[in-house]
Design a protein around this ligand. Structure first.
Ligand code: BJ8
Length: 426
């Protein structure tokens, strides 16, 4: 990696802590990802992206800012990337998946807060995230109670926190609220960027994001093959990169990888022997560099073939219909698309378990591992009924609750291995 010290300094990063974080991240990446066997050649692009995750991509974002483009960060897949692109902005996902700065975070938050929220504070208080420090606007969303209240405390820490209200029910009133909030968000984006959204700019943005999602749909479908042509770890990594890479370049790289995976499927080659136990993961999002549970699964003689998560199919399965000739008409299509997302903050939320079942079937999974972060009420609460429903449908399910620490790795590994054994005996 080139020397980016000046750029990091200009962004206000704490260079010492940042260096330490990059050191840990680089080692973990080599141990977890580069050590895998039979990886597709196409993963080289993603290895490069990760080696430059705080370097080249940040340089691109800083250059985009210098050209007058607005940088908008968000913590949730309910924030429409299409609207950000329509003002020629740069959209970046900010969720963090590392146990960093938790002590500082706990001076502002209760200890029993989920790791994702603590990490969001830890990265800010420790000044180690160049994505967050590059943002002109940070968008919060009133989804779970944890985030909702955390944004009140987060607001004074960032330059411009814009909070969007979110529906909690899949009702007509809920949909109306989402539309109103997206309308207000358009006004915010236009003000922040000094650019107006036009039918042409919005149509182009919808098409760009659709292409990105289509590439992920193509990738996810290829994982139905046995042997699995790509590991769950690599697939998760791609889903994580989805949130901060340049959209067109990302789409192109995923499609090139898919060409290679198609050849693998035809040639019956993969990352694990044919007949390896196949798992679908379902639950909370796994933000980069949260690779703990997938690593434990894939080192327990199993392969992950799908992720029912916001860092996974929940953010890619729906496309926005390209229809209408006015911004308002196109916004209707955007609202339709986003209102389909079945996050556990909705009550009731029946389509989510249907999607888990559908994924398990189409990806020929032997079982589902439900993953919840500790103190995440929506997903923990939902995990009981989801497990019951899946087991009733003859889909064996294991429920895990964990955090970002490595302390429970041994215990989790024992449970995962026992579950894989159970699946083998069926
Ligand atoms: S659409 S899943 S990205 S809200 S883990 S902070 S829910 S207490 S992240 Fe999410 Fe949007 Fe929903 Fe997806 Fe709260 Fe749970 Fe923490 Fe969570």
């Amino acid at each position: 990696m080139a020397d980016y010290t000046q750029m990091w300094q200009d962004l206000g990063l704490d260079l010492k802590s940042h260096d330490a974080l990059l050191g840990v991240l680089g080692k973990a990446y080599a141990d977890i990802f580069l050590a895998q066997k039979d990886r597709p050649e196409g993963m080289k692009y993603f290895d490069f992206v990760m080696s430059e995750v705080h370097g080249l991509r940040i340089r691109e974002i800083v250059d985009a800012k210098a050209q007058g483009r607005v940088v908008v960060g968000s913590y949730c897949v309910f924030v429409p990337e299409e609207l950000v692109l329509a003002v020629d902005g740069v959209a970046v996902g900010l969720c963090a998946g590392a146990e960093f700065g938790f002590e500082a975070a706990e001076t502002l938050l209760p200890r029993n807060t989920c790791s994702l929220i603590k990490s969001m504070f830890g990265f800010k208080l420790g000044r180690v995230c160049p994505y967050l420090e590059s943002c002109d606007v940070v968008v919060g969303e009133n989804t779970c109670d944890g985030k909702k209240k955390a944004y009140e405390i987060f607001a004074p820490l960032v330059k411009d926190l814009y909070v969007m209200d979110m529906p909690q029910t899949k009702s007509e009133a809920g949909k109306k609220l989402l539309r109103e909030e997206y309308k207000k968000f358009i006004a915010k984006l236009e003000k922040a960027s000094g650019k107006k959204i036009t039918p042409a700019s919005l149509k182009k943005a919808i098409e760009t994001v659709n292409l990105k999602r289509k590439a992920m749909i193509r990738l996810n479908a290829l994982r139905a093959a046995d042997p699995a042509p790509i590991s769950g770890l690599d697939s998760l990594l791609i889903s994580q990169v989805f949130f901060h890479d340049d959209p067109a370049r990302f789409t192109d790289s995923v499609n090139k990888l898919c060409d290679e995976l198609e050849a693998r499927v035809k040639g019956h080659t993969g990352v694990a022997p044919k007949g390896t136990t196949r798992i679908v993961i379902s639950g909370c999002p796994m933000a980069v560099p949260n690779w703990k549970v997938p690593l434990l699964i894939e080192t327990s003689k199993a392969v992950i073939v799908g992720e029912e998560s916001c860092v996974g199919e929940r953010s890619t399965r729906w496309l926005t219909e390209v229809k209408g000739s006015t911004v308002d008409e196109m916004l209707d299509a955007i609202v339709d698309r986003y209102f389909s997302i079945d996050c556990a903050v909705f009550t009731p939320n029946p389509t989510r378990v249907d999607h888990v079942k559908e994924m398990a079937k189409k990806l020929h999974a032997n079982g589902v591992i439900h993953y919840s972060l500790q103190f995440c009420q929506p997903y923990i609460m939902e995990s009981g009924p989801v497990e019951k429903d899946l087991e009733k449908s003859h889909v064996p399910t294991l429920r895990l609750e964990t955090d970002y620490s490595g302390e429970d790795a041994g215990q989790l590994k024992t449970r995962i291995e026992a579950f894989v054994e159970r699946l083998k005996k069926r």
